[in-house]
Design a protein around this ligand. Structure first.
Ligand SMILES: Cc1cc2nc3c(=O)[nH]c(=O)nc-3n(C[C@H](O)[C@H](O)[C@H](O)COP(=O)(O)OP(=O)(O)OC[C@H]3O[C@@H](n4cnc5c(N)ncnc54)[C@H](O)[C@@H]3O)c2cc1C
Length: 472
């Protein structure tokens, strides 16, 4: 450990107590590897402040000693975003102790919470005042508000409510020079030039530390309907979504699931069963909600699906008749990645193209990958209505130790090239982190990359905020 790190850790301990700097290797170790187990870092300590003032003081000290900091929330990043570099040059700055609810108002439809609050707790706090925070995802029991903001996370309700960016009414953050940006007033209109709040959303901890956020709430769900439909191809799935959108504004979940993903789940995840009697090449999971009594989303979804069967858009369909059946349908969707992992190695691509182009793109990309890498199996599932699918390529018959590092790496470049040629994004919701950093550099427009770097260098001239991530 360098002397400067030791001095910094001692100063933090002296000023803020022993809980503010964790150095026991057994306590640090679990936070050095990313959720997917692909990146392993090294750090002598986790600095763990309990207030915005403490974060500010730590950032100033780190600046004086030139010690890089890696902000960390729940460490559920899919791109190694919160994993420190392997050379031990950085310390982790965990926001997990800062998890308080500051205020919540059903009247203003806003909750002001600290960055370390876990998403599940935010859902519970909102429900307690008859409101809902309308963003959810598989990691909700571990991921934090600060991480969700810093990755501009999406999830399964983006179709209706947008990504994290549209749910942030204001931010409090510590900038790289240690100053505190206070933007929690939740103003609906504020045109004082560049928006620091929005710059920090999706910045992956490279421009400062988010310490608290004012978040928009919506009315709580009074009742919901969850259904499953078998369709012939992704074009029919998108036509179904457009048909529903023309008839109702109650649809908030619409997930595409191919037959082979469903088959993998049924094979590997105990207790799951096919929602329909027959097999269908493609399936969609649909959720409709109502926030008011006196309106039945189950009736609505049943009638929409019956009409779609009549119009030959849908081959067969069902609507869950109980909450446990609804949960079982979502469990199938949420278990796809786990089922794939059990099945063998795969590469994962969180991609987006224009919504209308996605059905054709995914079929052509699947065919191109399987032609170029015979024996692999490409499939795509997820948020069709957002033009964002998780395009995964399983090693199939080519599976062997080290496949990910060799052929998997080639496949990643192949898929990223296809997406870029289609005018799409190589990272729709997970961010760049360290995993996609090289690909961003390879594929981004040079002018765009220069602008991103200029912003980074202007705010963080010594490169101390989350080094080695995004453009750092
Ligand atoms: C099972 C599972 C399902 C997921 N599903 C989805 C999904 O559907 N949609 C989706 O968008 N994502 C999904 N994700 C990934 C998603 O990015 C994270 O779950 C979440 O956004 C990260 O929150 P976190 O607190 O764990 O952040 P971390 O992993 O700790 O950090 C993520 C990034 O944010 C930075 N950061 C963290 N906190 C702060 C802070 N306070 N200030 C500044 N920077 C900070 C970190 O440095 C890092 O760059 C999923 C992940 C898992 C494991």
């Amino acid at each position: 450990m360098s002397d400067t790190q030791l001095t910094l850790i001692d100063e933090v301990r002296t000023r803020f107590g022993p809980r503010a700097a964790i150095t026991d290797p057994a306590d640090v170790e679990p936070w050095l590897t990313d959720w997917r187990g692909r990146f392993h870092g090294s750090a002598r300590a986790i600095l763990s402040p309990s207030s915005t003032e403490e974060v500010s003081a730590i950032v100033k000290l780190a600046g004086e000693h030139r010690v890089p900091l890696v902000p960390q929330g729940g460490n559920t990043s899919m791109v190694g975003g919160a994993t420190p570099p392997g050379d031990g040059s950085a310390l982790i700055l965990s926001l997990r102790r800062m998890n308080r609810l500051r205020t919540i108002s059903a009247q203003h439809n806003v909750a002001i919470v600290e960055a370390g609050m876990i998403l599940q707790q935010l859902h519970e706090q909102a429900a307690a005042v008859g409101r809902r925070f309308p963003l959810t995802l598989g990691s909700r029991g571990s991921c934090t508000v600060g991480g969700l903001i810093s990755t501009n996370a999406g999830g399964t309700q983006v179709l209706r409510f947008g990504t994290m960016r549209s749910l942030v009414a204001g931010l409090e953050a510590v900038l790289p020079d240690g100053s505190i940006h206070s933007g929690l007033s939740g103003l609906k209109k504020d045109n004082r030039g560049y928006s620091l709040d929005q710059l920090l959303v999706g910045a992956e901890g490279t421009l400062g530390i988010v310490t608290a956020a004012a978040l928009r709430l919506v009315p709580a769900v009074y009742s919901r309907a969850v259904g499953w439909a078998g369709v012939g191809d992704p074009q029919a799935a998108l036509a179904l979504l457009r048909d529903f959108e023309a008839k109702t504004d109650r649809i908030e979940g619409f997930e595409l699931i191919p037959a082979d993903s469903l088959e993998l789940v049924l094979r590997h995840i105990p207790g799951t069963r096919n929602p329909l009697d027959g097999e269908h090449k493609w399936n969609v999971l649909i959720e409709a909600t109502s926030s008011a009594p006196g309106f039945d989303p189950v009736e609505l979804l049943q009638s929409l699906l019956a009409g779609a069967i009549g119009d030959k858009l849908v081959e067969d369909a069902m609507v869950a008749s109980s909450e446990s059946q609804a949960e079982a349908l979502w469990r199938i969707r949420d278990s796809i990645s786990e089922a794939e992992r059990t099945d063998g190695p795969s590469t994962a691509h969180d991609i987006s193209v224009a919504v209308a182009d996605m059905p054709t793109f995914l079929l052509e990309a699947k065919a191109a990958v399987e032609r170029a890498f015979p024996g692999t199996i490409a499939s795509a599932f997820g948020h069709l209505g957002d033009g964002n699918l998780h395009f995964h390529v399983r090693a199939g018959s080519r599976s062997m130790p080290g496949w990910n590092q060799r052929e998997g790496h080639e496949i990643e470049r192949f898929v990223d090239d296809l997406v870029t040629a289609a005018g799409g994004s190589i990272s729709a919701e997970h961010g760049i982190g360290q995993m996609k950093r090289g690909e961003l550099e390879r594929l981004a427009a040079p002018g765009d990359l220069a602008a991103l770097r200029a912003i980074k260098n202007a705010l963080d001239p010594h490169g101390l905020m989350n080094p080695g991530k995004l453009v750092g």
